[in-house]
Design a protein around this ligand. Structure first.
Ligand code: ME8
Length: 524
């Protein structure tokens, strides 16, 4: 229920924190854009939102990559964290904090949760012997491994594994099997629901205690009282979510934003977020997050990007070619959220041209131009007839009810589809009413038609802001909707138009907010 009391509760959303062992790729951009759409949407619904993203800088993967490049891990992390931050700024990501796990307060929070787990009696020293994948930064059971083409052992994600033996700290994961099963079966905790069975099977298959420290390298958070151990990178990585809301010192902030409303992550790291993380939290007597959503993977023309396949897309290039809002719109409108999606420059250009440039952009451009030209840009009070009212009802339903309901449920493509149908309804109305023909025959009726469209465009522009914030803002500026009257609640403010008329607002000659995209020349 949109109007429920829950809407007044603070909303804390996080993305995964990204490994800065290389430059950000399209998958990183996708996840962070989706989180930003959610954050902007919730703000426009009137909620107090906190939004965190950042980089996961410790661990063997970072240490090895830095060594290969002849750098210190710190140098590599500084350089690449800068790349992530620059990309997210270019993508108009409205994060409140960009956390780096090398931040001092994060080391403090990681030690604090460690000490809480230790005080619970859940940590003990023992010898670890087993398989480890540096690429996944994950331990695997022998029975989970698969065979590669050359007969070598691979992780279930297809990454190389190495045999490790060392003295490490262990976390009593096995102790939490029952409460974890209960949590995993709780509707809404792990979404989409299709990801639940695998996790339930993993717990039911028997949980082994988890190795949570390493002694063979030192790039990490030191274990309290045992300087020769660094924490297993996932222990400190997951803790970022509570560091960022004041754990352990700022209890006021912590009470306000924790438990998180939503951890948005990719499908490959669901185990860490719905099994290890809740178990750590239960051990430390900290509430578990309300929801974990495992989105799908983005594929380049159906194929996973990888350096060896030579098909890695730099999201910066897509921004240079097509602009930020085009990229945001395409990813959210095209991919069914939760499922894998495929993308290509052609598909992006075709979709954005058909839906934004030709449909919504053209509607706004034509309408505002006609008001400017045929009405001297002046608005006046009018009586809508039955067809005008029908159109306005269709548009209002899509913008104030369907789209928010679907966005609340993270069904972005469905919400955008209903918005687009409302845009199509406006275009059909334009063709039917033919305002250009009314100019001579019935100028009063022409004014009513153009102003009906004016009202519809305002609803449409307000509703789509989370997805295309800059471009929707341009249209709202052209309409004369002030910055503080652009929330979903403002949609039902019927005095708005009257106030604009009374203020003598004049519609200037518009420039297209959504120009058509061109497909770049393909290099031979
Ligand atoms: O996993 N499409 O970092 P990461 C969509 N540091 N999403 C993708 C993707 C793709 N092609 N490739 C990766 C890590 N992702 C850890 C997380 S959280 C405490 C620590 C997603 O840089 C991936 O699923 O490998 C993850 O959610 C995020 O990008 C960062 O991946």
């Amino acid at each position: 229920r949109l109007a429920s009391a829950a809407m007044s509760e603070p909303f804390y959303i996080t993305t995964a924190i990204h490994y800065p062992n290389g430059k950000p790729h399209i998958g990183h951009a996708y996840e962070t854009i989706a989180a930003d759409v959610i954050a902007r949407f919730q703000r426009l619904m009137g909620r107090d939102v906190r939004f965190q993203t950042g980089t996961d800088e410790h661990g063997l993967k970072m240490a090895q990559k830095a060594r290969d490049l002849g750098k210190t891990p710190r140098e590599l992390a500084d350089e690449m964290a800068g790349e992530f931050k620059d990309l997210f700024d270019r993508l108009d990501i409205t994060y409140d904090r960009f956390i780096r796990t090398t931040d001092a307060d994060h080391h403090q929070a990681s030690r604090a949760i460690w000490e809480a787990m230790e005080a619970k009696g859940d940590l003990y020293l023992d010898r670890y012997e087993g398989w480890y994948s540096v690429r996944d930064e994950a331990y695997y059971d022998e029975k989970e491994l698969v065979e590669g083409e050359g007969g070598e052992k691979l992780s279930p994600q297809g990454t190389p594994v190495e045999w490790t033996e060392e003295e490490t700290w262990f976390f009593r994961l096995s102790k939490y099997a029952e409460p974890l099963l209960e949590l995993l079966k709780k509707p809404g905790f792990l979404e989409p629901a299709s990801r639940r069975n695998e996790m339930i099977a993993f717990v039911e298959g028997g949980l082994k205690d988890l190795s949570v420290s390493r002694t063979s390298f030192d790039w990490g958070v030191k274990v309290p009282g045992h300087d020769d151990h660094v924490m297993y990178v996932w222990v400190d990585a997951l803790t970022n979510y509570i560091t960022g809301v004041g754990y352990p010192d700022d209890s006021e902030m912590f009470r306000k934003y924790w438990p998180a409303s939503l951890h948005l992550i990719g499908k490959d790291i669901v185990r860490f977020h719905t099994i290890y993380w809740p178990a750590f939290l239960m051990s430390a007597d900290i509430p578990v997050p309300q929801q974990v959503f495992g989105h799908g993977f983005l594929l380049n023309r159906g194929v996973k990007e990888s350096k060896s396949a030579g098909n890695v897309t730099d999201p910066n290039e897509l921004i240079d070619l097509f602009g930020v809002d085009s990229l945001r719109y395409f990813l959210l409108a095209e991919v069914v959220f939760g499922k894998d999606g495929t993308y290509s420059a052609e598909a992006l250009v075709n979709k954005v041209n058909a839906e934004l440039a030709n449909s919504f952009g053209n509607l706004a451009q034509r309408t505002l131009s006609m008001i400017h030209k045929n009405m001297d840009g002046k608005l006046e009070a009018f009586e809508p007839n039955e067809s005008d009212k029908a159109l306005l009802t269709t548009v209002r339903d899509a913008c104030a009810a369907t789209l928010p309901r679907e966005f609340e449920a993270l069904n972005f493509s469905v919400g955008i589809e209903s918005w687009l149908k409302a845009v199509f309804a406006c275009n059909a109305y334009v063709d039917e009413q033919a305002p250009w023909a009314l100019k001579k025959s019935d100028p009063e009726r022409m004014k009513a038609v153009l102003q009906t469209l004016f009202l519809a465009i305002r609803d449409l522009a307000i509703a789509i802001q989370p997805v295309v914030p800059t471009k929707a803002g341009v249209v709202l500026d052209q309409l004369g909707v002030t910055a503080e009257r652009r929330t979903y609640t403002d949609l039902s403010d019927e005095n708005w138009f009257g106030a604009l008329v009374a203020a003598g607002h004049v519609i200037e000659k518009p420039t297209p907010a959504f120009p058509r995209l061109e497909m770049p020349e393909v290099e031979a």
